[in-house]
Ligand binder design. Structure first.
Ligand code: 0WK
Ligand code: BGC
Length: 834
């Protein structure tokens, strides 16, 4: 069973005009096994039937195999050339639909890999190849550059579409010609190979192979065994060899031979080794009785073929009826069959036996008068529309696709901004502020004690108590919400709120009577003036509390404690969340010398050589630098990489023009970028049928967490539709796929940009240390990094590509930076002790 494709809505309704080839539009249909009558179909059809030579090219020929494939498709292209020379095709571009009646693994309307030849075809070097590609390159060789192969389909599908156009939707098709096959509209959720979880999907049964597993052995006669043994593919296509007209004559011949050998036929008119068929023509003098018997045998063979077909058809119909949970099912079956036309008994037997075996299904057999031409034209028309839509989508998404060169450029720009940021003179001109943290080393395991820690700046505000002991670290914590009104109110209110949470926590933890050293993770850009002194340079991530920028945040906290008469507060260290994360992970892995946050915001810190830190006195040892890379590009150095979608997002933020790198990467913004891309696709009529979506106009309605869900592997598209339904978006299957592609595009860009930034850092550290190879660990935290199904892999992969001389381990922080803040407090406390 091979999935072909789902029947897009408009085919189902059989929109006539495409078929009628309205407005002079035409499609080329190539039916490589079609009978001549096809040229009656509207639009351009052609099917001269390939000369046997083309079929067997490669069998017994001395030429090298590859040539064979080329020869077949060259031959087809030459015929097409002659055909087009004979007609004046009005349009520039000529879309071509290719009816290819062989079993193919189809991965798109214009992508189909040949699984195996049959019907005597055996051109070498085609199996396993994309047949559309082979045909297109042969056509291009004929300088037919205006012909595009836009769709390939099995002849059963062409038949089903053709019979559907006559206003009678067909959901099953049967081809009984040289060989036999069928297709039907299956319930998508039944088709495991397909992702589609709702609606229907056309499935090409390739029932010719039925019985190849021996399941038909009890009905195969010795005559069938003979025909199979003598065929080009013994043991294969057993069902086909019982039904297809390529074999029926042979079956009859073997029956006649056997009967003649048993002197039950042609008594006295046969010489042992003469072949019997076509009686007189074969030099036989058949008696009246012989003729009757031969007729009987022919009828028996054809009736059996028809009955077997009916059994197969009944199986398909019952399956459809059950999978649709119907008592009764009325269905039209498109039939393209020489036997059907050529042999009255065949049609009758097929109809009656089907009715017998599937009484719950009322099947109307609709013989296709046009073969597959008309249907193929329909599919080609849809393929064309889908291809045009695809071009629209690619045009719109292209600015979000970053090439390797783009990312190397971002890496180089980051490196340059880092160098500028470290320079005393050049610091002001850099968008990456490279803030010294006064942290000179990572934990050495001797830290001890009990500490309070605050973690402000991420999704949640956390208060923690951290006990650092010989046997490890134990923590207890509580999460508190910072309401938007407080985030964007006054500084006093914000810090008062923080103190209130601390008091609540100490009460709950029974710590009110203890004065514990406190480490404060404050995840905003601060000019650190000492371990416990940091001046806020600017707010980010939606915070804008007044009266804080330019202030020492530790002082603001102490003031609030004083206002709240909470005298038990002993702030000994304030750190950025990147630093807290690095310290926390370094406690587990001493090679951890970089901290990375990809959460609401994004940022990184790393251990820089003091000799390179021009903004701080001293040449010895190292110091942790908080890069504040979120602001990378605020000086315009990244403008080439900003798309209109990014500009639309930035314009609506409370810090427009700021944190530009952050707004390409972090969780606060990815959902918004996706929302704007979706709106643009709706406007281009390639999403949600171009219907306006009021809810989608709402800012922040498409949350970044949706990306993590939608991009989850194996997530049924039903789930994607459910998310979109919650946004009052009626998404089709195609819409859901497109929405997922947009999410993947936006999150991949974020991960790759992050990798470019990190590559600049590790490469600098490697050069700093004059190493050929650097092995380093990066402590990582942040909801986006932790929750997104592919972010970390995409980051790791691109990092490996951009910094091949560095072995970078991304170590996910489990306890957040609160633990890191406590470790910094422990070091500060130890050093402060007399
Ligand atoms: C957890 C850390 C915290 C940091 C946060 C970032 O403990 O310091 O600010 O990760 O991730 P977010 O919560 O913004 O997703
Ligand atoms: C802040 C950084 C912080 C990062 C991650 C950014 O918006 O400027 O200080 O490290 O978010 O939370």
């Amino acid at each position: 069973m091979y999935k072909i494709f789902d029947m897009p809505g408009d085919i189902k309704q059989g929109k006539g005009e495409a078929v009628r080839g309205g407005h002079g539009r035409g499609w080329l249909v190539l039916d490589c096994l079609a009978p001549r009558r096809l040229d009656r179909a509207p639009g351009w059809c052609w099917g001269p039937g390939l000369p046997p030579a083309a079929w067997v090219l490669g069998r017994g020929s001395s030429r090298s195999p590859p040539a064979m494939a080329l020869q077949l498709f060259d031959f087809i292209a030459q015929c097409l050339c002659r055909f087009l020379a004979g007609i004046s095709s009005p349009q520039q571009r000529l879309p071509l639909g290719f009816v290819f009646p062989f079993s193919c693994r189809q991965t798109g309307l214009d992508k189909a890999e040949l699984i195996s030849w049959s019907k005597g075809f055996s051109c070498s070097d085609v199996e396993g190849k994309d047949v559309v590609q082979l045909l297109q390159s042969a056509i291009n060789k004929q300088e037919l550059c205006h012909v595009d192969v836009v769709a390939l389909m099995n002849d059963t599908v062409g038949t089903m579409m053709t019979c559907s156009t006559e206003g009678e939707p067909c959901e099953v098709a049967l081809v009984v010609g040289t060989s036999t096959n069928s297709c039907f509209m299956a319930e998508a959720q039944q088709v495991e190979m397909a992702e589609k979880a709702s609606g229907q999907m056309c499935v090409n049964t390739e029932w010719g192979y039925f019985g190849d597993d021996g399941s038909l052995s009890d009905i195969l006669t010795p005559y069938d065994q003979c025909v199979d043994q003598e065929s080009a593919n013994p043991g294969e296509k057993r069902f086909e060899k019982l039904v297809g007209s390529l074999y029926l004559g042979e079956i009859v011949r073997h029956v006649l031979t056997a009967l003649a050998a048993e002197k039950a036929l042609f008594i006295g008119s046969m010489s042992g080794d003469q072949e019997p068929p076509a009686l007189e023509a074969l030099g036989l003098q058949p008696s009246e009785q012989d003729c009757c018997r031969v007729q009987q045998i022919c009828r028996a063979v054809v009736s059996r073929a028809a009955a077997l077909c009916a059994a197969g058809l009944a199986a398909v119909l019952s399956h459809m009826c059950q999978s649709r949970e119907l008592e009764q099912m009325v269905v039209n079956v498109g039939v393209d069959s020489k036997l059907y036309w050529g042999h009255s008994r065949f049609g009758e037997t097929l109809q009656s036996v089907t009715g017998l075996l599937a009484p719950e299904c009322k099947a109307t057999l609709l013989p296709s008068v046009d073969g597959t031409g008309r249907g193929a034209a329909m599919v080609t028309a849809v393929a064309l529309r889908l291809a045009a839509q695809r071009r629209e989508v690619e045009q719109l998404l292209a600015p979000l696709w970053l090439s390797r060169a783009d990312l190397e450029r971002v890496q180089a720009l980051m490196r340059r901004e880092m160098e500028l940021g470290l320079g005393r003179e050049s610091n002001a001109g850099s968008s990456v502020r490279m803030l010294p943290t006064y942290i000179r080393g990572t934990p050495d395991g001797t830290e001890r004690g009990e500490f309070l820690a605050l973690d402000l700046g991420g999704t949640n505000f956390r208060v923690l108590v951290v006990r650092v002991a010989q046997d490890g670290i134990r923590m207890a914590s509580e999460i508190y919400v910072i309401p938007t009104a407080v985030m964007q109110g006054t500084g006093e209110a914000l810090f008062d709120h923080i103190i209130q949470c601390i008091v609540d926590f100490q009460l709950k933890q029974n710590l009110m009577d203890q004065i514990l050293p406190l480490g404060f993770t404050f995840s905003f850009p601060c000019q650190q003036l000492g371990l416990d002194k940091a001046v806020l340079l600017s707010w980010t991530k939606g915070f804008s509390a007044s009266g804080c920028v330019g202030q020492d945040v530790v002082h603001l906290l102490r003031e609030a404690a004083r206002r709240k008469q909470h005298l038990g507060l002993k702030v000994v260290a304030v750190v950025n969340d990147t630093v807290g994360t690095m310290m926390s992970c370094a406690y587990e892995d001493p090679k951890c010398e970089i901290g990375l946050i990809v959460g609401t915001g994004t940022n990184a810190c790393y251990m820089e050589e003091m000799e390179n830190v021009g903004t701080v006195e001293g040449e010895q040892g190292r110091m942790c630098i908080n890069m504040e890379w979120g602001a990378f590009g605020d000086n315009g150095c990244l403008d080439d990489f900003f798309t209109n979608f990014d500009r639309l997002v930035d314009e609506k933020t409370i810090n427009a023009g700021k944190q530009r790198f952050e707004k390409l990467i972090s969780g606060m913004y990815l959902g918004e970028i996706v929302r704007h891309v979706l709106l643009a696709l709706v406007e281009k009529q390639v999403l949600f049928r171009g219907k306006s979506c009021p809810k989608l106009q709402t800012r922040d309605i498409f949350q970044t967490k949706f990306l993590s869900t939608i991009e989850m592997d194996g997530l049924a598209l039903q789930k994607v539709r459910a998310i979109l339904q919650d946004l009052e978006l009626q998404a089709s299957f195609e819409d859901s796929i497109l929405v997922r592609e947009v999410c993947q595009t936006v999150s991949l860009r974020a991960a790759q940009l992050c990798a470019a930034g990190l590559a600049a850092v590790v490469e600098k550290m490697r050069e700093n240390r004059g190493l050929a190879r650097l092995a380093v660990t990066v402590g990582v935290d942040g909801t986006l990094y932790k929750m997104h199904p592919h972010f970390s892999q995409n980051l790791q992969k691109m990092l490996g590509d951009l910094a091949p001389n560095c072995t970078v381990t991304l170590l996910q922080s489990e306890d957040g930076s609160g633990k890191g803040a406590a470790l910094v407090a422990a070091v500060a406390w130890r050093e402060a002790e007399p």
